[in-house]
Ligand binder design. Sequence first.
Ligand code: GLN
Length: 253
Amino acid sequence: MAKRKNRFNVGWLYPDLMNIYGDRGNILTLLRRAEWRGFDARAVELGRGAAPGMEDVDVFFFGGGQDREQALVYDDLIEIKQAPLEAAVADGAVMLAVCGGYQLLGHYYQTAEGERFPGIGLIDVRTEAGKKRFIGDVIVDSTIEGIDPPTLVGFENHSGRTYLGAGARPLGKVRLGSGNNGSDGSEGCLQGGVIGTYLHGSLLPKNPQLADYLLRRALSRRGMAELAPLDDSTELAAHARILQRAQPRAAER
Ligand code: GLN
């Protein structure tokens, strides 16, 4: 059945298991910002098991989760979701994945105990957990062209150290925080229409420019890349507040 022109679908992977540190706020932000542009925006919950309708999704969201939750979803991700996800992204759908979700889109996630959860290799990254968790505010200077402000702010809490292969480029450079692995200064990854990041918080309410980047990219396959401007004064004030609050620590780095 053809999707109605003004329908905008946000696909939410494992909402019951991969949803921590306010990740749900990303779904609300995408839905509201699409609605405020006149779309009939809906969340499509994609829990474990058969997931019809993935071909009609515009933006997928894959939230974070502790090792226990990742262990409960990686089989389903490989056996049921991988093929329709690859097809949808190849067809122009976009994906935002945070922390535990980001890790499982890569080649594998290995826990601190050495247990390896295979990923789907949608992005060229691999993750191995260390003993020490990276926890705290994060400020990133993003590599995405044209987004304003060019900074991204959020909160991280992870044991995984993620390393990018040649197929992926960093989402940005950390100004404050540990980011991907606490050593190479990179944060997140960009590969085609897929964005991976360690930024919880939730991310999009305080970074509306990134939310609109995802919406624009998803709508570009319908030839609709222009979005009506919104009054983001509240969102950007929250963004600026995090930058200001974190400034002294960023200066110490
Ligand atoms: N379990 C993973 C880790 O510890 C992801 C954690 C998360 O999603 N916040 O790195």
